[in-house]
Design a protein around this ligand. Structure first.
Ligand SMILES: [Zn+2]
Length: 198
């Protein structure tokens, strides 16, 4: 049996000057899928989630994609939405774990009503759930505000290299390749970064 990998996409580029709160309806109007509803939407596209599925097929992983969520850039993410999105990952970890690796597609600039560092808070919570030895690799927008907390709680952070973002699939695939090697016991810190496009 191949490795068991948890994947998720939770994105938001928060504009803290905007008073338009980002709730679940704002996610629903762009992207909010969970469980088995995810793959039919994303498979075969040039999305990060598609890269997760392709890497799983290529490497014989048992992939559980917990949630795929994205909302248009707007104000802070509401507590209700943040709770829904983060607990989708954490409850899947508890219910379907243990996993050998974690592969996340985040934005890197999420601010919620309760934290200025959405991604760092999420990664710290995931790290608490899986412990210190399970590799966590993350793809990020190049507009990410990378914090110490994100760095401290991930084994690899991989940002898009292009604007417009035409390399999101390739970026997630880079994250997946390093996750694969990390699950095989290689130290991500000692690995050369796989080439991306372009
Ligand atoms: Zn961007």
């Amino acid at each position: 049996m191949g490795k068991r990998v948890l994947s998720a996409m939770i994105k938001h580029e928060t504009n803290t000057f905007s008073k338009v709160a980002t709730g679940l309806d704002e996610y629903r109007s762009r992207a909010l899928r969970s469980g088995n509803a995810i793959e039919p939407i994303y498979a075969g596209t040039k999305s990060e989630v598609a890269a997760h599925f392709d890497a799983a097929r290529e490497n014989d992983w048992a992939l559980t994609c917990a949630i795929a969520a994205n909302a248009t850039s707007s104000g802070k993410v509401t507590e209700e939405a943040w709770e829904y999105l983060s607990s989708a990952v954490l409850t899947t970890l508890d219910r379907d774990g243990p996993f050998d690796g974690i592969l996340l597609a985040l934005h890197g600039a999420m601010v919620t009503e309760s934290t200025d560092d959405g991604e760092g808070t999420l990664l710290a919570a995931v790290r608490r759930h899986v412990g210190p030895d399970i590799p966590i690799c993350v793809s990020l927008d190049l507009h990410a505000n990378v914090t110490d907390r994100m760095v401290d709680n991930a084994n690899g952070l991989f940002s898009f290299r292009t604007y417009p973002h035409v390399d999101i699939y390739e970026t997630a695939l880079r994250a997946a390749l390093v996750l694969r090697d990390a699950m095989d016991g290689k130290n991500p810190a000692s690995m050369p970064c796989p080439p991306g496009a372009p």
